[in-house]
Design a protein around this ligand. Structure first.
Ligand SMILES: [Mg+2]
Length: 390
């Protein structure tokens, strides 16, 4: 959901001033949120409040009547009308705003029904509905397949087989056929978004490919961004700078969305984190250090890093941890023990564990690991367990 908003903000500058430069400037004072963000927030707000999608969209768009780039002609009339009715649209507006639904529901049938409703209040053409349903379902299945996708191509192939199996879209696309072609339809945009996802290897890479295609930059950025978030998560270094473009009322909805116990994505994240913590507490207590070979098994195998990545932890060389709790606590178990009760953020602990794994995997030999390494990992894993129960 926030991924779609970031895609919109990054793309906003290039909607009417297209670029084909993959390394364009991501964010600047010429970027802003546009209609894609407002509509995405409106759908998320409807989920949080159990409201009708059309009512929420109507209210949010009236609250922000003149976003950068404006609203599409027919949609602008719908916003102005005091008695708005669907108008048979198959524009890509139904697909750009649907991402919250893909994260929110656990069941495929709920996703299909709510994606249909979120589209049909304006885009009641079957193509408008198909586009919204495809994006929402792809997000949902990307969450389930996240670890497989991070491991290699097979997971991505499965996801695309699922998306095209449902939608019947052809994503066997040649870049020269879609580059620099402004297509505002659902059936012209969503297959391109899926094709971009299938080529990408990270969140930022996906957004860059979407925006630098020189097409409907902000909307393609939003559709790709929602799906990319479900696969790769959002890098910390993009999250805060992008949020700085948003007004307080939108930030409140975003915050509530990622905190709500009704949100499947939130529950899934908690369940996976709990499983991760217990798995590695058991491993460090029972196996790690029994033999020298166990050090290599842990630090040379990429399983731990894929799990950290899939949970949204960042390999940041320990910086988020050491900047807050000091280098001593980053290096040694005794200073860590002295401040462990102050360590209060699961994300920061996850970043630290991921980075320490990387340190032995890449910079130091696994053979240098010892009882102190084990103690350090266990201190943080147990602290993580305590925090996850709060
Ligand atoms: Mg827009």
């Amino acid at each position: 959901m926030l991924g779609a908003i970031i895609g919109d903000i990054v793309g906003s500058r290039w909607e009417f001033n297209p670029t084909n430069n993959h390394w364009f400037e991501l964010l600047s004072d010429r970027n802003s949120f546009t209609d894609d963000t407002i509509c995405t927030v409106a759908v998320a707000d409807a989920l949080l409040k159990g409201r009708d999608y059309g009512e929420s969209l109507h209210e949010w768009c009236r609250k922000y009547p003149r976003p950068m780039g404006g609203y599409g002609g027919r949609f602008a009339q719908w916003v102005k009308s005091d008695n708005p009715k669907p108008y048979g649209s198959f524009g890509n507006g139904s697909a750009m705003r649907v991402s919250p639904i893909g994260f929110w529901f656990e069941d495929d049938n709920d996703i299909l029904e709510h994606a249909r409703r979120s589209a049909a209040c304006t885009h009641d053409h079957e193509e408008g509905i198909r586009g919204a349903q495809t994006v929402a379902l792809t997000i949902h299945h990307a969450l389930a397949l996240r670890k497989e996708i991070l491991r290699g191509e097979e997971g991505m192939n499965q996801l695309m087989a699922y998306a095209t199996g449902f939608s019947n879209y052809n994503i066997d696309i040649r870049k020269e056929d879609v580059e620099n072609r402004f297509d505002e339809t659902c059936q012209g945009t969503v297959p391109v978004a899926l094709w971009i996802i299938s080529q990408s290897y990270g969140f930022e890479d996906a957004i860059r490919r979407a925006v630098s295609l020189g097409a409907d930059a902000d909307t393609l950025g939003a559709i790709v961004g929602g799906m990319a978030e479900a696969i790769w998560g959002i890098p910390m270094e993009l999250r805060s700078p992008a949020e700085a473009y948003l007004p307080e009322d939108m930030l409140q909805v975003i915050n509530d969305f990622y905190q709500s116990e009704h949100n499947h994505y939130v529950r899934l994240g908690k369940r996976r984190t709990t499983q991760f913590i217990q798995k590695y507490i058991d491993f460090f207590e029972n196996e790690f250090g029994r033999t020298r070979e166990s050090f290599y098994r842990f630090f040379d195998d990429s399983e731990f890093s894929h799990e950290c990545w899939a949970l949204g932890f960042d390999m940041d060389c320990g910086s988020s941890f050491s900047e807050t709790y000091g280098l001593e606590a980053w290096n040694e178990p005794d200073p860590l023990k002295a401040c462990i009760d102050k360590v209060g953020d699961i994300q920061v602990i996850g970043n630290a564990l991921f980075s320490k794994w990387r340190y032995y995997n890449h910079w130091e030999s696994p053979s240098q690991a010892d009882e102190k390494t084990k103690e350090w990992f266990l201190l943080l894993l147990h602290r993580m367990k305590d925090l996850s129960r709060l």
